[in-house]
Write a protein that binds this ligand. Structure first.
Ligand code: FAD
Length: 263
């Protein structure tokens, strides 16, 4: 009888093993302390990058591992087994990848995907959420107005993983009512880091807000067309939300193991 196969491939099993060993060596031993201190250890991003764990979803032609969303979910499960907070920061490095592949120009892909795949690791973020707009993404109020070769962005983004500390952030704002995505770079004028959230969990992962105060962003950093942002966001969620679910499985496994050890 034939049908869909849930057998993992040789490559998937190998990457699962690499992620598990990294989690066991680098994440699990420091998880409790990092959570208590709301800290991400120095050098961890670099070590994750060297192990290929910040670039596996980036196509090989740009220096990444080129794995599927399914394989990325297997890796997410193992990393979150080690520490979901630390794993969140590591994996957020790949948040701009889908939007760049979906709508980025060749020039944008060359510049940003190579940077994200680079060995020291590059902190990245994606900013949809606003104080009054979470699940209902279309309710965002951040605006972008074209001014010559630039756009002026205004608004507030909150609950953003690596928000305000990332080198590259994909941000969503409305141009004449149409949701549109832009790439922000560290140091852009008018892009201000807001407050860091003090969360109940996932404390080792930095969650912060970003204030856009007449942020002047070159039009060349618009991703895709004006009004294409919603399609781009949905494509991102399609690939990333299963990884959030897989991460929850990793956390559940870890909780079971801790409980069994204690019993
Ligand atoms: C740890 C963490 C990291 C995050 N990282 C990022 C990030 O990197 N970038 C980013 O942009 N955002 C990020 N977020 C924000 C996250 O995407 C939002 O929290 C999420 O979209 C939900 O929005 P909300 O919190 O405003 O909740 P709401 O949208 O206000 O939802 C509250 C509750 O109401 C329910 N609900 C909402 N609408 C309906 C409806 N129509 N019918 C029935 N029930 C409904 C929801 O299911 C939920 O239970 C992060 C959040 C957390 C906690």
């Amino acid at each position: 009888m034939s049908g869909p196969s849930f057998e993992l491939t040789e490559e998937q099993r190998e990457l699962q093993r690499v992620a598990h060993e990294f989690a066991e060596r680098e994440l699990r031993p420091v998880a409790a302390e990092c959570d208590a201190r709301s800290e991400f250890p120095d050098g961890l991003l670099e070590r994750a990058a060297r192990a290929g764990l910040t670039s596996y979803a980036i196509p090989e032609e740009y220096g990444g591992g080129g794995v599927s969303a399914m394989t990325a979910s297997l890796i997410a499960e193992e990393l979150s087994w080690g520490c979901a907070g630390l794993a969140g920061t590591i994996q957020a490095t790949m948040f701009p990848v889908r939007p760049l592949l979906y709508a980025g120009s060749q020039e944008q892909r060359d510049r940003y995907l190579r940077l994200l795949a680079s060995e020291p690791g590059t902190l990245a973020a994606i900013a949809f959420t606003e104080p009054h707009a979470g699940s209902d993404l279309t309710a965002i109020r951040a605006s972008a107005v074209r001014e010559g070769d630039d756009y002026l962005l205004n608004g507030e983004k909150c609950y953003v993983t690596n928000g305000g500390i990332a080198a590259i952030t994909v941000v969503f704002a409305k141009v004449d009512g149409g949701m549109t995505a832009f790439v922000l770079e560290d140091g852009d004028p008018g892009v201000v880091a807001g407050r860091k959230e003090d969360k109940l969990g996932l404390k080792a992962s930095y969650t912060g807000s970003i204030l856009l105060e007449d942020a002047r962003i070159p039009a060349a950093r618009r991703l895709g067309e004006e009004g294409q942002g919603l399609a781009l966001a949905m494509d991102f969620f399609e690939a990333s939300r299963p990884q959030v679910a897989a991460a929850a499985v990793g956390v559940a496994r870890a909780a079971f193991e801790h409980a069994a050890d204690y019993a």
